[in-house]
Structure formats: structure tokens, C-alpha cells
Design a binder for this molecule. Structure first.
Ligand SMILES: Cc1cc2nc3c(=O)[nH]c(=O)nc-3n(C[C@H](O)[C@H](O)[C@H](O)COP(=O)(O)OP(=O)(O)OC[C@H]3O[C@@H](n4cnc5c(N)ncnc54)[C@H](O)[C@@H]3O)c2cc1C
Length: 450
């Protein structure tokens, strides 16, 4: 069965998700099992063997990190990009812990033999590689956790992260091959080198081949319009190609400027209708050093799109009775794309939009929402933190009472799409099951990957 077919039903997605997890375990634990195949050297005591095993698992996990973050559609499609990045972060912590335990156990088990390796200037090259790999890993962790405190821009962090990750893998492999224990057989060495080569090939595809393919399909900025809520809608038209088909709610990594090789690519959700692939729009909130200047983008600027990505889309749930969209601030953009698409398709299902904003002035798309109410069976509930005088709508937080006032008895049969600030998403995800909504009916998109 094709991956795309498996990806279209709820049970198919669970099956595919389970398959990827199974494959992950095989690829991280499998290399360890192979040390017992063929000739195994005599054991050196429990603690040393445990230390070596943890080192091997840690290395396999680090190798897999490249594949996890390679934007492979089949893998991302099973979980969603935010889940993938969360997994990436948690596995990083686990692998660093395993790798730190590896030398610690050696020092404790046989201090006379291993403690002298701390004298890096006297140590053999294989030990120097190990220290360099460890130093690289710790730097990766520190710059990721304290990026903002260290004053690193997102782009500088991303470049450093990529270079350090490749260096760590190289040093770690140098260490494992240099020690050579459990890698006496040619095929055992070949297996680790094969894993490293696969990683290099996948990374080269993402960093070198994909940009070349994108360069062949440039887009041109044809409109930049101010929206409420310090946001701008940037419309793009394909130049010399047929455009991009996407599902409403998906996003693309967008690079504005002449060269596709620039590191300044940012993920933005399509805000336009998916029924028009020949003209796409992104609605971008002023939120940092790049987005603060988005309103000054000149008409005619070239842009490149890497996409579509993401699974936050109503198109994956064709059979559902209706949907409840919960948006906070700029999290409205993927939902707007869904609403516009549903209107263009003449969808007759029942929809509820619960949209939280700080003030009335922050309500992006507010004029078009009134129009969409006429085209769709759509109940729009705007919840303002700080409402104007004589506001007769909802005010305060999006809480249980708001849902109870606007959802009907059939709430468990609807699909829920939540996108907004992390705190809002967490609280809505916690409270929906208490209202009888099954957890598997809740879809989320998080805008914060770093
Ligand atoms: C799936 C997804 C969809 C998104 N859709 C929209 C949208 O439709 N409209 C919108 O206004 N914003 C959207 N965002 C958020 C948007 O990508 C960031 O606000 C933007 O990249 C910030 O860039 P900056 O240089 O202005 O800010 P900075 O000051 O550099 O960064 C602010 C924060 O944005 C994040 N960020 C910055 N650059 C990147 C990057 N290249 N990749 C990932 N995260 C980054 C980091 O968490 C950073 O802390 C989306 C994010 C994601 C992950």
C-alpha cells in the first residue's frame, strides 16, 4: 500500500505512525544487536559493557536526528512538524544523557585505565575525537536551550546547529572506528559508515538538491496589504510554472530575495484558499527582526517556497460532520485558509470559530469573517481580552464556559483545530476532553519550532 493512501484515514495514520516508531527503534537498537553477530570479543565486565552499549545507542540516536529533521513528507505527515520537533528535542536530551553516562561509567569501572584519557593533550586520537564530540553536543544543547539569553539570532543559531551536528557525528564516528571494539568485522564498520553516508545523502538532498529544484520555480510578490493586528498579507504569483497545490491549513518555508541559498527561510501558513494554486497568500505578523519589515517588501520581489508541509488541515478529515476552529492571534492564518477554501467549495457542514485576541483592533480578517458567515454555516465567536465599551461579545479567556455556550450536544462528533499561543493551546487541549471531546479529534499547529 502506498504511504499516501495510508495517510488518508485515521486508522491508516495510526498504523503508519506505529510503523515509523518501530523503524526508529530498529535503527537505534539494531546496531547494538549486531555486535553479538559473528565473532564477539571477550566481555570486560558488566559496567564497561553497559557503558559501551549506551554509547552505541546514543550514537545511533544522534545519527537518526538528521533523518527526523530532514522534512521527509512521509514522516512529517504521520505526526505533524511540531510533534517531530518536540521529539527531536526530547531525543537530544536523552542521547546526550546516554553519551555522558558512557565515559562516567568507564571512569568508575576502571579509573586506572580510563581517567588518564581526561588529559586530552596526551590522549590518543580516538579519545580526542570522543571529547570533541561531547563538547560539540554540549554546545548544541546550551545554544538551543539558552539561544535567546545568549543573544543568538535564529539564523545564526540554525547555521551553528547544523555545522556542529555534522561535526559531532564525524567526531563520534572517528571515536567508534578508532576504538574498533565490536567493529572488527568489515560489515560492522560498513554498517556505521553506511548510516553516516545515508545521513550525508539525505542532508545533501535537503540542503543542496531541494534548493536547486526550488530555484526553478520562483514566485513573485504581487501585493502587500496591511491587516488588523500588526499583520500583512503578502500575495505571490508563480513565475513560469503552474504554482503549488496545497491543502488548506498547510504551510511552506518561504525565502524572500534573489537567492534560494539564503538561510533566511521562515515557515508561514498559507492564508489563501487552497482552491487557487496559481496565486497564494501568507498573512504575517510583525514578530521579530525579519517579520517586523515584511510590510516594506517591494512588489516584484522574488520568493521561493519549500512546501507544502504540515498536517493541520481539514482535508485529512473528509468524513467529519463539522469542525470547531480555535484560534489565538496570528494562529488564525491556517484557519482562515480552511474557511476560505470551505467557502469556495460551497461546503454545507456546520462550523464554529472561536477566535481569541487581545483587543478589537487585533482581530485580523474581521471584515471578511462577516462575509464568510453568509457563505458558510459558520458561528463566529470573538473573545477579547480587553474589550471596548459596549462590547456584547465574549470577553476574557477561552474557557469551558465559552465552549459550553457555543457548542451543541454533538460536540464529540466534530473535529477540533487549535492554533495560537502555546499557553492558550495547552489550556484548550486540557479542557476539551472534560467537555466530552475525544483527544483524537483534536488537531493542533504550534508556530514555535525553536
Ligand atoms: C508551522 C508554522 C507556521 C507559521 N505560520 C505563520 C503565519 O502564518 N504567520 C505568521 O506571522 N507567523 C507564522 N509562523 C511563525 C513565524 O515563522 C515566525 O514568527 C517567524 O519566522 C519569526 O521570524 P523573525 O525573524 O521575524 O523573528 P525572530 O525574532 O528571528 O524569531 C522570533 C521567533 O520565531 C521563531 N522563528 C524565527 N525564525 C524561524 C524560522 N526560520 N523557522 C522557525 N521558527 C522561526 C523562533 O521561535 C523565534 O524565537 C509560523 C511558524 C510555524 C512553525
Amino acid at each position: 500500500m502506498k504511504l499516501s493512501t495510508l495517510n488518508t484515514t485515521r486508522s491508516g495514520r495510526v498504523l503508519l505512525g506505529t510503523f515509523w516508531i518501530g523503524l526508529y527503534f530498529v535503527l537505534t537498537i539494531g546496531p547494538l544487536a549486531t555486535i553479538y553477530l559473528g565473532h564477539a570479543p571477550p566481555g570486560r565486565g558488566f559496567w564497561i559493557e553497559l557503558s559501551v552499549a549506551l554509547g552505541f545507542i546514543g550514537l545511533a540516536m544522534i545519527t537518526m536526528q538528521f533523518i527526523i529533521t530532514a522534512r521527509i513528507a512521509g514522516i512529517n505527515g504521520s505526526y505533524g512538524i511540531d510533534v517531530i520537533y518536540r521529539f527531536h528535542r526530547q531525543i537530544s536530551i536523552l542521547s546526550i544523557t546516554l553519551i555522558l553516562i558512557h565515559p562516567t561509567l568507564l571512569f568508575v569501572a576502571d579509573p586506572a585505565r580510563y581517567l588518564p584519557l581526561l588529559r586530552v593533550w596526551d590522549a590518543p586520537l580516538r579519545a580526542v575525537f570522543a571529547w570533541l564530540a561531547l563538547l560539540g553536543l554540549i554546545t548544541i544543547a546550551a545554544t538551543s536551550i539558552w539561544r535567546v539569553k545568549l543573544g543568538l539570532s535564529y539564523e545564526a543559531w540554525r547555521i551553528t546547529h547544523g555545522i556542529l551536528a555534522v561535526a559531532v557525528l564525524g567526531f563520534a564516528l572517528g571515536h567508534v572506528l578508532g576504538v574498533g571494539h565490536y567493529l572488527e568485522q568489515f560489515w560492522q564498520r560498513g554498517m556505521w559508515l553506511g548510516m553516516a553516508v545515508s545521513v550525508v545523502l539525505i542532508s545533501s538532498y535537503v540542503r543542496l538538491v531541494k534548493p536547486v529544484l526550488m530555484q526553478r520555480k520562483p514566485w513573485c510578490v504581487i501585493n502587500v496589504t496591511r491587516e488588523h493586528g500588526r499583520s500583512w498579507t503578502v500575495e505571490l504569483e508563480p513565475e513560469g510554472h503552474e504554482g503549488m497545490r496545497f491543502q488548506p491549513g498547510q504551510f511552506a518555508w518561504v525565502t524572500f530575495g534573489r537567492s534560494v541559498w539564503m538561510v533566511r527561510e521562515h515557515p508561514f501558513s498559507f492564508s489563501s484558499s487552497a482552491e487557487r494554486s496559481d496565486r497564494v497568500a501568507f498573512t504575517i505578523k510583525e514578530n521579530g527582526d525579519f517579520t517586523n519589515h515584511i510590510g516594506k517588501t517591494k512588489l516584484g520581489t522574488v520568493a521561493y517556497l519549500d512546501g507544502p508541509h504540515g498536517v493541520f488541515t481539514i482535508d485529512r478529515w473528509a468524513g467529519v460532520k463539522g469542525a470547531v476552529f480555535v484560534a489565538g492571534g496570528v494562529g488564525m492564518t491556517p484557519i482562515m485558509s480552511m474557511l476560505r477554501t470551505l467557502a469556495d467549495r460551497g461546503d454545507t457542514r456546520r462550523f464554529v470559530l472561536i477566535y481569541g485576541c487581545a483587543t478589537w483592533d487585533e482581530v485580523t480578517f474581521r471584515d471578511e469573517l462577516s462575509q464568510l458567515k453568509k457563505q458558510l454555516d459558520l458561528n463566529v465567536v470573538i473573545v477579547l481580552d480587553d474589550p471596548p465599551e459596549n462590547w456584547d461579545g465574549e470577553a476574557g479567556r477561552i474557557d469551558k464556559a465559552v465552549f459550553n455556550r457555543h457548542l451543541r450536544e454533538d460536540r464529540a462528533e466534530l473535529e477540533y483545530f487549535i492554533c495560537g499561543p502555546s499557553a492558550m493551546m495547552e489550556s484548550v487541549c486540557d479542557l476539551l476532553p472534560t467537555l466530552g471531546v475525544p483527544a483524537e479529534r483534536i488537531e493542533q499547529e504550534e508556530f514555535n519550532l525553536a
